[in-house]
Design a protein around this ligand. Structure first.
Ligand code: SAH
Length: 258
């Protein structure tokens, strides 16, 4: 009898393959089929066993990213065919990675999916700058926010988020925010002072990492001037105060992990 197929959603971390968990490495080694997202660095695939089928389902694999429904059908079919399927996603599968949707669809098809956490980009980004996401003096918590919501689902309420971050002393970590950075700056300025420290970290944890440190009032201008681009996270909050104090006005850009 054919052995039963399995499905594991694996967080590949922010890029540096050294940041994979042991569970992730073991799952990748055991996989017969790997469905790989765009933001997963190729170096991570070095752990795959020879002969494993590797399917790139992000933009790098074809001209446009593969529709979500097609990926889910592919996963279900492969599991039913007895494959050991690993779905590799950048960062953590449950932070803006549509991991939740995939688990739900698999569950509806009667397939249980194991999930292996990965280091999310926002955490790797601040760590690369040598600052924490929380700090007893500066930040009592963290908000992970997407910079652009699904079409028709409304954009994040930046003024409300800013007020909340200000009053409750929270660090804001914005994913997918570079394209809409002007709207984010304008919205956040309705609840946070213009001098609030911000950092933009592009390709965190990779050798080509770049980052800029500025203030909220200079955020969009800094991104434009320094040509910072996706994938990048925007960090907002006083945990960056030490860095902002060292940065030369109005912004500092560095290349490579700090
Ligand atoms: N699940 C992922 C996030 C996927 S959404 C995670 O937990 O990290 C895609 C967004 O993640 C990108 O637009 C960018 O905002 C962020 N991102 C992913 N990898 C990144 C990296 N190496 N450096 C900076 N931002 C990154």
């Amino acid at each position: 009898m054919r052995s039963p197929g399995t499905c594991t959603l694996v967080g590949a971390g922010p890029g540096d393959p050294e940041l994979l968990t042991l569970q992730a490495v073991k799952a990748i080694q055991a996989a017969t089929v790997l469905l790989v997202d765009d933001l997963v660095d190729d170096a991570v695939l070095a752990w795959a066993r020879p002969g494993a089928r590797i399917v790139h389902v992000g933009k790098r694999g074809g001209c446009r990213s593969t529709p979500q429904a097609f990926i889910e059908r592919l996963m279900i079919r492969a599991v039913r065919n007895g494959e050991q399927v690993v779905r590799l996603k950048g960062g953590d599968p449950f932070i803006f990675g549509r991991g939740g949707e995939e688990v739900e669809h698999l569950r509806a098809a009667g397939i249980t999916c194991r999930v292996v956490n990965g280091i999310t980009a926002g955490l790797a980004a601040v760590t690369s700058l040598g600052v924490p996401l929380t700090h007893r003096e500066h930040a009592h918590g963290v908000l992970f926010v997407t910079g652009h919501a699904r079409a028709g689902n409304g954009n994040p309420d930046w003024p409300a988020l800013a007020r909340c971050a200000h009053e409750a002393r929270l660090t804001l970590v914005v994913y997918m925010g570079v394209a809409g950075v002007q709207a984010i700056e304008t919205g956040l300025l309705q609840g946070l002072p213009p001098g609030t420290p911000v950092a933009v970290v592009q390709q965190a944890s990779l050798p080509q990492q770049r980052h800029a440190v500025a203030t909220l009032g200079a955020l969009a201008g800094t991104v434009a001037r320094q040509k910072l681009a996706s994938p990048a996270v925007i960090i907002v909050g006083d945990v960056l105060a030490g860095l902002a104090a060292c940065a030369q006005a109005p912004a500092e850009v560095r290349t490579g992990a700090a």
